[in-house]
Design a protein around this ligand. Sequence first.
Ligand SMILES: C[S@@+](CC[C@H](N)C(=O)[O-])C[C@H]1O[C@@H](n2cnc3c(N)ncnc32)[C@H](O)[C@@H]1O
Length: 223
Amino acid sequence: MGILYGIGVGPGDSELLTVKAVRTIEKCDVIVAPSAQEDGASIALETAREYIKEGTEVCIKHFPMGGKERLKKSLEAYEFIEARLREGKNVAFLTIGDPYVYSTYIHMLSHVEEHGFQVKTIPGITSFCAAASLANKTLVIGNENLLILPASKVDTIRDEKFVVIMKVYKREEEVLNILEEKGFKYVYASRVGRDGEVLLTDREEILKLRDYMSLIIASRDEI
Ligand SMILES: C[S@@+](CC[C@H](N)C(=O)[O-])C[C@H]1O[C@@H](n2cnc3c(N)ncnc32)[C@H](O)[C@@H]1O
């Protein structure tokens, strides 16, 4: 039986994969990468492309954002992977950032574990850690909490001083309104590590850009 490797490939910069991720990608027989769009490209695959050996089977699997379709698609991806594992092949499932942070890998993994296959997960640099380094902005310090949340839950921020808001696309205005109201300073990071990488702190520029691959790091009080 083969082994399934869940591999975090980092934010999208091919120099921000770990040595372990690269070595594992090189030795796997099959590479599976998620795509948000049907027949779309996979950012995770593009990030890891130069490390994939010639002759390796590569497959992009479509994972819709939510609902019943997502369950159906993760089952389809699982069946594809299971067939390869039963043939004794080692399969790498690539994820942007880290595999255990808001990732399609988590949905797919539930099927794999139910069927008793061996799984090894290799962590990746999260998008928000990469964004913090790019912006030279502290994520959290001392005894403070760090709240990481999707933009859809931005109204749950209470007295935290340090927050990371993921999935801000199409909710930019709502997020900025709440952050400003609560006295946060923020930086909007888009396409970190990729073509089009940009950091913005100006409200109007953020509202003009609106990019799916974006997040916001915010903090209150000078540190
Ligand atoms: C499905 S989550 C994936 C998170 C990923 N597993 C991680 O560890 O960072 C997608 C969200 O991650 C953030 N993201 C991923 N890559 C990014 C990048 N290169 N630049 C900025 N934000 C990114 C965006 O907020 C995007 O909406």
